[in-house]
Design a protein around this ligand. Structure first.
Ligand SMILES: Cc1cc2nc3c(=O)[nH]c(=O)nc-3n(C[C@H](O)[C@H](O)[C@H](O)COP(=O)(O)OP(=O)(O)OC[C@H]3O[C@@H](n4cnc5c(N)ncnc54)[C@H](O)[C@@H]3O)c2cc1C
Length: 480
């Protein structure tokens, strides 16, 4: 369940068992059971820090929706037949639809909620090359040439986004800010340095290592043991980017039906019949672009995608000088911990936007906001007492091999599984899957040959994931 309703701090305290209300339960129990007394004493300092983190105008929604609101679209009747139906209106779906609509194919985008409701209006706006599997491992498995081609897809994805923004004059606050990667241990620093230094020339990229003694120029935090700068990476306003894509696809002639869930996909001899909340549509080709929101009616894909909640907060407006000291070069920031944080300043450089993984129970953004606040203080203790104005959650899609997958299963096209770094990858592979529908040779990608494996059922139990995360954190504490 995702909570997105607008709410005031008082509602938060009344409806969600915050630390304060839990402590009241423990206090009540403590009156009868003495062992709870010690626990109460221990959590009281945390409780007093946490009960007052919400700004008066706190909203349980993505900060991005202020400048790029999610509004219902006008709802004409659905066409009875189309050439192409695209399920999902995020970056993947819209980039696919842009290709097919511009090629003259009648194209219908179907969205379960409001347009762009998924990750594409909720992300951190950090745009990079993003392809996660390491070259060395890929080379061992697929051989040198294929591995190079796979990693190059990530480079092409960033180049595609930059060109798209530039050529289509997309107004989305794109800035080539560069990225600073904070490194969590001395060993990790040496490892990163070694790995980058031996990058084959075909996939070389610009970077420079920053020792801990010099990292003040990049970040106002003592948490990291140095880091690395990747100057080619940048930032966008994710909500504005999405609305601009929506404008381009509709200008190209595609129709977008929001609040129109595809409930069943029926295979027919000449394509598909889509049963939706607003009637049926026949389509010759269908693209599934549902990523971390892939439900069980798409069983084959649902088994291959692990949805993981990623949370973010945006602070209240901070003094300019404070913002400058937090991230002096206005870069986007991520870190090398397995379950790390990612953060940046807002496009107007007045707020900190801080994200990370906080819970495996997906209880909603309100409880996530509190945990994330603690993580923010771990990086920036100087922000103690600062209030948060926005908190939200979205679901990213993990695959067993941490690689996106693109292709066709049983006649159904798909592109998904960006493993939390999908701004550039979903734009690029969305465009590619659109070209696949058109049957052009440009639609080929180096990932076409990847085997899209299902997750074992056991991994979908929150407690199993939670246990794995804890083990990873313990390992990192000991410098792994
Ligand atoms: C909090 C957060 C922070 C992130 N930060 C970054 C970042 O800084 N950098 C980065 O590169 N990536 C980031 N990402 C990941 C990135 O946003 C995603 O990879 C990308 O937006 C995926 O786009 P998509 O179009 O494939 O999926 P989505 O944008 O999630 O769209 C899928 C859509 O499908 C719809 N849908 C599902 N089922 C149906 C159905 N049956 N019928 C009709 N519609 C349906 C959903 O409602 C949803 O709107 C982040 C993600 C989150 C959640």
């Amino acid at each position: 369940m995702i909570y997105d309703s607008v709410s005031q701090p008082n509602d938060v305290e009344q409806t969600i068992p915050s630390l304060r209300t839990w402590s009241e339960v423990y206090v009540a129990l403590g009156e009868h059971y003495n062992p709870f007394g010690l626990f109460i004493t221990l959590i009281r300092p945390i409780e007093s820090r946490m009960s007052n983190i919400y700004a008066n105008d706190y909203r349980d929604m993505p900060y991005w929706w202020e400048a790029a609101p999610r509004e219902p679209l006008t709802q004409p009747d659905l066409p009875r037949t189309v050439d192409v139906a695209v399920i999902g209106s995020g970056y993947t779906g819209l980039n696919a639809a842009l290709q097919t609509a511009r090629a003259g194919r009648s194209t219908l985008i179907l969205e379960k909620d409001l347009a762009g409701y998924g990750c594409s209006s909720r992300n951190g706006g950090q745009a990079g090359t993003s392809y996660k599997p390491k070259y060395d491992r890929l080379a061992k498995r697929f051989g040198r040439q294929t591995a190079l081609e796979m990693v190059q897809e990530g480079h092409r994805a960033l180049a595609y986004l930059k060109t798209l923004v530039d050529e289509e004059r997309i107004d989305c606050d794109w800035t080539q800010s560069g990225r600073f990667i904070g490194v969590h241990s001395k060993q990790a620093f040496d490892r990163l340095n070694r790995n980058y230094a031996k990058t084959p020339s075909e996939i070389a990229f610009e970077y420079h290592m920053v020792p801990k003694s010099e990292q003040d120029t990049e970040i106002g935090s003592q948490l990291f043991k140095g880091g690395c700068v990747l100057p080619a990476h940048g930032s966008i306003h994710p909500g504005k980017y999405h609305l601009e894509l929506l404008r381009l696809t509709t200008e190209a002639g595609a129709m977008v039906a929001d609040q129109c869930e595809v409930t069943t996909l029926e295979r027919k001899s000449n394509g598909f019949r889509l049963h939706t909340a607003r009637g049926t549509v026949d389509a010759r080709d269908v693209v599934l672009a549902t990523n971390g929101y892939t439900d069980r009616q798409f069983e084959w894909h649902n088994r291959r995608i692990l949805p993981i909640g990623s949370f973010q907060v945006a602070t209240e407006v901070l003094p300019d000088e404070l913002c400058r000291t937090l991230i002096p070069q206005n870069r986007v920031i991520s870190d090398t911990r397995l379950i790390g944080n990612y953060f940046r300043l807002s496009p107007d450089q007045k707020r900190l936007i801080f994200g990370g993984r906080v819970t495996f129970t997906e209880a909603g953004s309100r409880s996530g906001t509190q945990t994330l606040y603690q993580q923010m203080l771990t990086v920036y203790p100087q922000l103690a007492g600062v209030k948060v104005s926005y908190g939200w959650v979205g679901f990213v899609a993990y695959t067993t091999d941490i690689s996106p997958h693109i292709g066709m299963d049983n006649g159904l096209y798909f592109a998904m599984g960006y493993c939390g770094s999908g701004i550039t990858l979903s734009s690029y592979f969305g465009m590619k899957v659109g070209q696949k529908v058109l049957g052009t040779s440009e639609g080929k990608t180096a990932l076409d040959r990847l085997d899209f494996k299902p997750w074992p059922n056991i991994i979908k139990f929150p407690r199993v994931l939670s246990g794995i995360t804890r083990l990873a954190r313990v390992a990192e504490t000991f410098g792994a």
